[in-house]
Design a protein around this ligand. Structure first.
Ligand code: COA
Length: 296
């Protein structure tokens, strides 16, 4: 029997005024799991900042939040640029008010065997994932410290931060850095009631994209991919975006006010299943080439 299905979409973990009169700044909040998390905060009473490089993504995010009945502002930002991050916070403060919760969700990732990864490719992903997380966290915390107010930060991590990520060495190294930042900053900012945690999702197929950064991934084979992967997951099912939303809102809520400096993996125990003897091993470059050519 697989892990039980979660309550249906729209079921509420926290009450709808948990984040009343609060602003939640979500990087990459206009697509996929970032948008799902933003929507759950909105259902719990928050107004949302959709921070993204892409105008279309920003508009999608804003539309989704307004459909829930909350206020939303889209703000253009490249989180690699600390100055642009500061400017975006200025814009948001003027339009909505100070940011109370920060969700570091924006990321960049693609599969490529390490010996074929250019120095710029490695740098780009680390810059988005690790430096971007630091830039936003620093900006958020310095404003909260200056105002004498607490706050909550949630980073979106990855289970492979702890195990390594063959074929995504750049992302795995950057996500490991994000875990480490979580531990450092939790201690630095606990005296000021600023909490920081990391939520590391496993396989959560996104509602509006393939959700799987594989060389051959395409929208039309999403269901086939999910079906194929069910047999590889100990829990016998994939994660649902609303499960991420519930955990994200809980971790940033007053009900979690003693929880800081944690990395929570949400993947039905998939990342823990590695034993001394595993499945037949195929060199990364060979499996990459096989899948790029449309193989299984
Ligand atoms: N395979 C190999 N190298 C890749 C690559 C891929 N699929 N995608 C990008 N790169 C390399 C580029 O070639 C470039 O290196 P080079 O200058 O040596 O050629 C470097 O990475 C930077 O790429 P670029 O597209 O110029 O950077 P960007 O800042 O515009 O975008 C990403 C970076 C990661 C966001 C972009 O590559 C992307 O859209 N990735 C897929 C979407 C994604 O990551 N979604 C998030 C999933 S968690």
């Amino acid at each position: 029997m697989p892990l039980a299905q979660p309550p249906p979409m729209g079921a509420q973990l926290l009450s709808e005024d948990t984040f009343a009169d609060q602003r939640v700044y979500v990087t990459g909040g206009g697509t996929g799991l970032g948008k799902a998390i933003a929507c759950e905060f909105a259902r719990c009473g928050a107004d949302i900042v959709v921070a993204s490089r892409d105008a279309e993504h920003r508009q999608d995010g804003v539309n989704a939040i307004e459909a829930i009945g909350r206020r939303a502002v889209g703000v253009e930002v490249d989180i690699r640029d600390a100055g642009a991050v500061a400017e975006s916070f200025d814009i948001v403060e003027a339009e909505l008010g100070p940011v109370d919760v920060l969700i570091n969700n924006a990321a960049g990732n693609f599969e490529v065997p390490a010996e074929r990864m250019s120095a710029n490719a490695f740098r780009t992903v680390v810059d988005i994932v690790l430096n971007g997380t630091f830039n936003c966290s620093r900006e958020f915390a310095s404003r909260r410290l200056q105002a004498g107010r607490g706050g909550a930060i949630l980073n979106i991590g990855a289970p492979y931060a702890a195990t390594g990520g063959p074929s995504t060495a750049h992302s795995a190294a950057a996500k490991a850095g994000v875990n480490n930042l979580t531990w450092s900053l939790a201690v630095e900012w606990a005296p000021d009631d600023i909490r920081i945690n990391t939520l590391a999702p496993g396989y959560f197929p996104e509602p509006d994209r393939s959700g799987w950064v594989s060389p051959g991934a395409a929208l039309d084979n999403r269901n086939a991919q999910i079906a194929e992967r069910l047999t590889t997951l100990p829990g016998g099912r994939v994660g649902e975006a609303r499960e991420l939303g519930w955990l994200a809102t809980f971790l940033c809520s007053p009900f979690a006010s003693y929880i800081t400096g944690h990395v929570v993996v949400l993947d039905g125990a998939n990342w823990l299943r590695r034993g001394p003897i595993g499945d037949p091993f195929e060199p990364i470059r060979e499996s990459f080439d096989r899948r790029r050519e449309g193989g299984p």
